[in-house]
Design a protein around this ligand. Structure first.
Ligand code: ADE
Ligand code: ZN
Length: 333
């Protein structure tokens, strides 16, 4: 079988549903901003994106995001995200933004959202893909802080915001499903969708909590669900999609090799799986490359690739017109 190339997978119409704004900084831009601010670099620019694991990686996000303190810089980042999506052949993305990582914007979420929105609107005017925002809690936040964020989002009803999310390190935060249940219930009542990082730095129990306590529409990662056959059956039966990020799981040491990665086993078990980059710039990958890695490693043919791309569109929080247009392009691929 001919294995599809990255170039060909760039042409595959698809959505991306698990990508963080915090993971889209280019090293040269960060080096420039750090120099202008007189802030020391944690490592030389050539090794800036070398991480020992998830904890080290999350600490780096705080350092990088602290440099984006102005409206212009946020708008520039937002526009850059849309440019990258177009380069990847991605027609729509749900973009995760975690306000806790951005110290310059603490207490100013409405201004932060407006700054990002101005970049997204400029990008759309340039013909670039549309983005919806998933505003994320950090795993280590309190129940009160979580409810406060949801109340603010409910008051704002910003048209760019599509979902509540939770990310961060479950290995250090411990079990947090019960702590966030009230905030997620309020988000659902306010009409927000819900996406939950689980089954990356937690085992299957984190995915169970995401479903049973947080009523997640979608699981970010979710790969460690494979360790519990009853959970795999539930994900398949209820058609709960996973936003899987193969290279992220290798770089951040969830699995040692693609051979050990469960994406294909989950797909074969009937779980709706999508392919994503997580933090494309920091992890030095692109969406077509992630599809190509899976296609080459697991021997996926065009029918499988089309099905995975269709899942990415269905699982996205895009509006119906955007989904229909993307499905029509996919049918013609
Ligand atoms: N924030 C950015 N990337 C993340 C990841 N892979 N896991 C948890 N939180 C994150
Ligand atoms: Zn993530």
């Amino acid at each position: 079988m001919n294995t599809p190339t990255t170039e060909r997978l760039q042409t595959l119409p698809k959505a991306e549903i698990h990508v963080h704004l915090e993971g889209t900084f280019e090293p040269a831009l960060l080096a420039q901003w750090a120099m202008q601010a007189g802030v020391p670099m944690p490592r030389p620019v050539e090794r800036l994106f070398e991480f020992a694991g998830l904890a080290d990686f999350l600490e780096f996000l705080d350092w990088a995001c602290a440099l984006a303190g102005t409206r212009d810089r946020l708008a520039q980042l937002a526009h850059g995200v849309c440019r990258r999506l177009a380069d990847d052949g991605t027609g729509y993305a749900d973009l995760i933004v975690n306000p806790t990582h951005w110290p310059a914007w603490h207490g100013r979420l409405p201004e932060m959202l407006d700054a990002l929105d101005s970049g997204f609107r400029a990008a759309e005017a340039d013909g670039l893909p549309r983005v919806g925002l998933c505003i994320s809690l950090l795993r280590t936040q309190s129940a009160d802080a979580a409810v406060e964020l949801v109340e603010l989002l409910t008051r704002l009803r910003h048209p760019r915001v599509v979902a509540l999310s939770v990310d961060g390190n479950e290995a250090t935060a411990g079990r947090t499903g019960p702590r966030f249940a009230d905030a997620f219930r309020r988000a659902a009542a306010a009409g927000l969708r819900r996406t939950v990082h689980a089954g990356e730095s937690s085992g299957p129990e984190g995915v169970w909590d995401a479903i049973e306590l947080l009523d997640a529409d979608r699981i970010d990662h979710g790969v460690r669900a494979i360790e519990d056959p009853a959970l795999v059956d539930l994900l398949a039966e209820r058609r709960i999609p996973l936003g899987i990020c193969p290279s992220s799981n290798l770089t951040l040491k969830v699995y040692p090799t693609l051979a050990a990665h469960p994406i294909d086993a989950l797909r074969r078990a009937g779980v709706p799986v999508s392919i994503n980059t997580d933090d494309p710039s920091l992890l030095r990958t692109t969406l077509p490359r992630e599809y190509a890695l899976c296609a080459q490693h697991f021997g996926w043919d065009d029918a499988v690739l089309r099905a995975v791309a269709a899942t990415s569109i269905d699982a996205s929080f895009a509006d119906d017109d955007t989904k229909r247009a993307l499905h029509a392009r996919l049918a013609a691929w």
